[in-house]
Structures are given as structure tokens and as C-alpha cells.
Design a protein around this ligand. Structure first.
Ligand code: G3P
Length: 225
């Protein structure tokens, strides 16, 4: 499962990237709003920071398909041809996906709340489709199950599209999808760091450290003995 950071704050991205194995960054217009800066400049700085092989996903704002295509081409001219263009699964969005797919542009279908929306976006040429796990849970639906259903439907139809599950609020949601073999998850930094946090691990390290110190002296490491 690819791990993407769902964030637009460069300092936050750098911090998570330095601590966790990550495969790229996703943004959306609301995430960019929180940066309170020129959104293209924000995306440029993220692209410049990321390793060349890392993915960057950014969303078009236009509402009409032809305008979405123009916007996507403009964004690619600045952010690179490997940019994933996020397109919401509206009917104009699906039309745009077909046009973008004909142009060999990487598409991420987004704002997905039903399994069929995810499947149709895959059929329209999206490389990734993004169901919103926690938002679905908050509506009384089962976000993890929707993501699993989309994954299964894509595989059953031999589509190459992968699920990039989005909108996580806890480790359990990520764990359930990782275990299932979902293609990717895009997760905010705090939830990502929560994936490795465990008091028992902290306690075990404390015991190991203290045992070593009592053997060879306080603050000593293997370098000192
Ligand atoms: O990028 C879309 C998705 O991750 C939204 O997440 O936290 O706003 O529900 P959230």
C-alpha cells in the first residue's frame, strides 16, 4: 500500500517525510486554503521538495469538463507531467476524466462517497479513485467497506485503477484497508504518526536503555564501549 501525506504545509510534509516511509503528497482546495498562500506556489514548493519518484496529487477547480482539461494542462505545465490531476466524480468530472485519459494525463477521481462512483471513475480512466473513509463513517455509512467494495469491483473487472483511500481519522481505518491490500492511503501527518505509536514500545526501549546504562554507564552507547 502506498502511503501518501494528505497535507499542503511544506514544513509538516518535511517532518513526516523525515520520519515515515512515504510515497507522495495529496492536496485538495480546502487543504490549500489552510496555507493562506498562492496555491500554485504552495504546490510548486511541495513538488520541488519531493523526491522525483514521489507522487503529487492536486485538484482542478473548474466545473465544466473542457475547462477542467485546460486547467489540468496548465497545472501539468508548472508541476510536471507526472502530476495526478484530482477530478471530482460529478457528471462533468467523469466527462473530463474521459478527455484527460485520451490525453494520457494521470487522473485521481475524488470526492467519492459510493462504490459505483469509484467504479465509474475507474472505467473513465482514473488511475486512482479516492473514497472518503471518515466522512462516510460520519454519515452512518461504512467507509472502509465502501473502499473495499471499490477495490473488489475494480479487480473483478480487470481495471488497473487502484483505490487511494482518503479522509482518515484513526489508525484502525488505515489498518483495515492496508490488511485488505488497498492500493494507497492518503493520511494526515498526525494520523500517520499514530500508526507507529505504542506505549509498550516506548516502555521496552526505556528498559533496554536503562539496562545498558547500568552495565556500562549513563548516556553510553555502543560507540563508547
Ligand atoms: O483529500 C480529501 C480527503 O482526504 C478529505 O479529508 O479530513 O477533509 O475528510 P477530510
Amino acid at each position: 500500500m502506498l502511503i501518501l501525506i494528505d497535507d499542503g504545509n511544506l514544513e509538516g510534509i518535511k517532518e513526516v517525510y523525515s520520519k515515515m516511509p512515504c510515497d507522495g503528497v495529496t492536496t485538495n482546495p480546502s487543504i490549500l486554503k489552510r496555507q493562506n498562500k498562492n496555491p500554485i506556489e504552495v504546490l510548486k514548493s511541495i513538488r520541488e521538495y519531493l523526491p522525483p519518484q514521489a507522487q503529487l496529487h492536486a485538484q482542478v477547480i473548474s466545473l465544466k469538463a473542457e475547462d477542467m482539461v485546460r486547467e489540468a494542462q496548465h497545472m501539468r505545465s508548472i508541476l510536471g507531467d507526472d502530476l495526478y490531476i484530482k477530478v471530482p466524480v460529478t457528471s462533468e468530472g467523469i466527462r473530463a476524466m474521459k478527455l484527460l485519459n485520451d490525453l494520457n494525463i494521470n487522473i485521481t477521481g475524488t470526492a467519492i462517497y459510493t462504490a459505483m462512483q469509484g467504479f465509474i471513475a475507474g472505467k473513465a480512466g482514473a488511475k486512482y479513485v479516492a473514497p472518503y473513509i471518515n466522512r462516510l463513517d460520519n454519515m452512518g455509512a461504512d467507509g472502509v467497506q465502501v473502499a473495499k467494495d471499490i477495490h473488489d469491483m475494480l479487480k473483478t473487472s480487470n481495471l488497473e485503477t487502484e483505490v487511494v483511500a482518503a479522509s482518515f481519522k484513526n489508525s484502525q481505518q488505515v489498518y483495515n484497508l492496508c490488511k485488505y491490500g488497498i492500493g494507497a492511503a492518503t493520511v494526515a501527518g498526525d494520523v500517520l504518526m499514530g500508526l507507529i505509536k505504542h506505549d509498550a514500545t516506548t516502555n521496552a526501549v526505556d528498559v533496554f536503555t536503562n539496562d545498558f546504562y547500568s552495565l556500562v554507564g549513563e548516556n553510553k552507547t555502543m560507540l563508547d564501549v
